[in-house]
Design a protein around this ligand. Sequence first.
Ligand code: LLP
Length: 410
Amino acid sequence: MSAPQHPTQLQGISLESIAQQFGTPLYIYDGEKIVTQIKSLQTAFATVPLKIKYATKALSNISILKLVKKAGGGVDAVSIEEVKICMLAGFSASEIMYTPSGVNFREIQEAVELGVMVNLDSIPLMEEFGAVYGDTKPACIRINPHIMAGGNAKISVGHIQSKFGISIQQLPEILDVVKKYAINIVGLHIHTGSDILDAEIFLKGGNVLFEAAMNFPNLTFLDFGGGFKVAYKAGDPFTAIEEVGTKVSAAFNVFCEKYGRKLELWLEPGKFLVSESGYLLVESTVVKKTPQLTFVGVDSGLNHLIRPMMYDAFHDVYNISNPEGELNPYNVVGYICETDTLAKDRMLAKVSKGDLLVFKNAGAYGISMASNYNSRLRPAEVLVWEGKAQLIRKREEFEDLLRNQVEIAI
Ligand code: LLP
C-alpha cells in the first residue's frame, strides 16, 4: 500500500539537470508512467472490450494527448476547445466523447458537425438535440445514479443534489424524449466522482447502468466514468484496480448475456493515468522563521497548483538538493498574496535558499487548473519520453499577460 520512494531522476535523467536546463517553476511528466497506467487498466479489464477515454481536462497538453493515443487510448472532452485540441493531437472524431455540462447548444452543434458524439446531460438538451438531429446522430446519456462518492464534497458529482447528469429517477421522462424524436442512444454514462477508493462504488454505479440499459435497444457501450484514487503519500490507500477490473468486468459480462449483445465498456480516468506521472519543481526563494513556524517560500503558488487550497489536497514534497539533510518541520508557501500554503507542517530535509523542491502527483489538475492570478506567468512543461526530456509548453512571458488586454484612452 505504500507509494514509491521520492525519485531523483526519470528514465535516467536527473530532475535537477532538467530544472537547470529549463528553469523553475517547471512541470515535468514521465511518459513511461502514463503508458504503464494505461497498460494496467487494460490488464485489469482484459476480459471485456475496454475503451479508455482519457479525461483530457486532467492534463490537456497536446503532446500528452499524442502519447495517450499512441498507447491505445481515446479521450473524453468537456469543452469544444478540448475537442479541437484532441483532434489536433490526432484523435479521430469517433475516438472522442464530448461530455459537456450545461453548455450553449451552438457548442453542441459544433461538436456534432465535427462528427463527435455528445453525452447529453439534461432533458432540455435532449429536447434540443432531438429537435435538430432526430435519429440522425448517435448520442449518449449521462445518468446521475444518485451515489454519494468521492474524496471530498467538491469532487462528489453523482449524488442527488449534483448538477451533473440526468437523475435516474427521471428515466420515464428520458424515455419519452428519446421516443418523441427517435434519438439514437448508443451509450449510457455515469461518473460519480473523483478519488473513489471502493470497488463496490463502481459496481453500484454499474448496477444503475445495467438496469437503465434494458430500456435502450441500440446500445454499443456503457461508460463507467473515471474517479480511481491514486496514492498521494506513502501508505495512502489507492483504488485496487485489479479488484475493480475483476468485479466490474464479471458483472458487465453477465449483463451483456442478459442484454443479448456484447457491449464495449468505457472508462474515463484522469488522475489514474496522469497524476503520478507529474512533478512540479520549484525553487526555494526564502526560508523565514517566525516565533512559531518556519516557512519556505517558493517561486510558485496557488496560481500553479491550486489543489491544496481548493480541496485541502495533500501533495507530497521533498528537497532534492539536500537529500541527506536533517529533517525539520516546514510550511511550504507560495508567492501569491493569499494564504497559499502548498504543504503544511511537513518534515523536509533542511532547506536553504536556492534549494530545489519537488511536489509529487502534479500531473493531474496541476497546470490544467493554473492561472495568471497576481499577474504571474504559468510554468513551462517538459515531457520525459524515450529517455529524452523535451519542452512541451514554453514558459509564459510578460507579453502573454498583455496579449488580449485592450488599453483604451482614459
Ligand atoms: N469523467 C468525467 C465526466 C469527469 O467529470 C471527470 C472529472 C473524470 C471523468 C475524471 O475523473 P478522475 O479520474 O480524474 O478522478 N480538479 C479535481 C478533480 C475534478 C474532477 C472533475 N471531473 C481535483 O483536482 O481533485
